[in-house]
Design a protein around this ligand. Structure first.
Ligand code: 0X9
Ligand code: CA
Ligand code: ZN
Length: 312
């Protein structure tokens, strides 16, 4: 349960119920499944939103992922908001209808449900970041956003110490959660073509739009041409103009290796961003009051629409 006063946030069970409701109320355009299970056995829910969602119509696809980091609960609300906006808006909003008709929108609201449930398992938040798989004697958890398999551990952008909050895990994709999401993305590549064209991974906090690469401070080089980099900058800046976030290459914030965006771009050439959501300061930091959920998720509507329009 969320602490008293924050009941407007959704627990993992409540998110699952909302996704089931969305699929039940809009069966033509929403299908609920899972990419696999977390370490503790929770389904990693996956919802597909498209016209004729039961069919495979070959439309360009977009992916939204949330909650890689346990305590970043506002991001789960962001994914849930995306699901509800596109399912509930379909009947009466022509703009939403055209986006849903022309694309496949995939949403994974909880990449790290074990961690987020642990974070709210007591009366006070635990400030937990990693997953919950034990590493060694008393040390628990890998930073899922250092565990992805493109140049994993290459560049001093993650920790080898199991106690660290940025522990990269014993090997690339050592964790069931990163394995499951990456295998799902791999599965969308048919005949050598990746059908997921664009992706946002939501985090908190700092109000930033970040693009790859994270493992190097170079703007261009291996795996990133000047033209590709210019497109990231252009789309990133246009999205940031709608939500008043700051747009920059992710390594301008700090260098990471094994993050989700480096893998999505490095391996699949997916136009991929990290959004660091509200706020900018440590108070309220990871724990904004639930009264701010609607304002701060709606704030990203136009940016989400731009991302979808870039999937073609
Ligand atoms: O460190 C992270 O994983 C992300 N920030 S957070 O505060 N939510 O933990 C940012 C990842 C983006 N990549 C780079 N900065 N290289
Ligand atoms: Ca409240
Ligand atoms: Zn994060």
């Amino acid at each position: 349960e969320f602490p008293a006063g924050d009941e407007g946030y959704h627990t993992y069970a409540e998110v699952t119920t909302e996704l089931q409701k969305a699929a039940a109320n809009h069966p033509d355009i929403a299908v609920l499944s899972s990419v696999g299970k977390s370490y503790e056995g929770r389904e990693l829910n996956l919802i597909k939103i498209s016209d004729n969602a039961a069919a495979d119509e070959g439309e360009p696809e977009v992916l939204f992922t949330c909650n890689q980091h346990a305590r970043e609960h506002l991001t789960t609300e962001m994914c849930l908001h995306i699901v509800q906006r596109f399912t509930e808006g379909y009947a009466n909003d022509p703009h939403i209808r055209s986006m849903v008709d022309g694309h496949v929108i995939w949403v994974v609201p909880n990449v790290n449900p074990d961690g987020s449930e642990y974070d709210i398992s007591d009366t006070d938040y635990k400030y937990w970041r990693k997953n919950r798989r034990p590493v060694e004697d008393g040390k628990i958890g890998t930073d899922l956003n250092r565990n992805w398999g493109y140049k994993w551990g290459c560049c001093d952008g993650s920790s080898t110490r199991p106690a660290s909050d940025t522990y990269r895990g014993p090997s690339a994709f050592s964790e069931p959660e990163t394995q499951a999401v990456s295998r799902f993305v791999d599965s969308r590549a048919a005949g050598g073509k990746q059908r997921i064209k664009a992706h946002i991974d939501f985090h908190t906090y700092s109000e930033l739009v970040l693009w790859p690469f994270g493992h190097t401070q170079d703007d261009t080089g291996e795996g990133m041409t000047a033209e590709e980099n210019a497109r990231f900058r252009d789309v990133g800046q246009r999205m940031a103009a709608t939500n008043q976030y700051k747009a920059q290459q992710s390594s301008d914030l700090y260098v990471t290796d094994g993050d989700i965006n480096d893998w999505m771009w490095g391996t699949h050439k997916i136009l991929t961003f990290t959004f660091e959501m509200y706020p900018t300061s440590p108070f309220p930091g990871f724990y904004p009051p639930d009264e701010e959920i609607v304002r701060e998720t709606t704030r990203n509507d136009a940016a989400v629409d731009i991302l979808i329009s870039e999937a073609r």
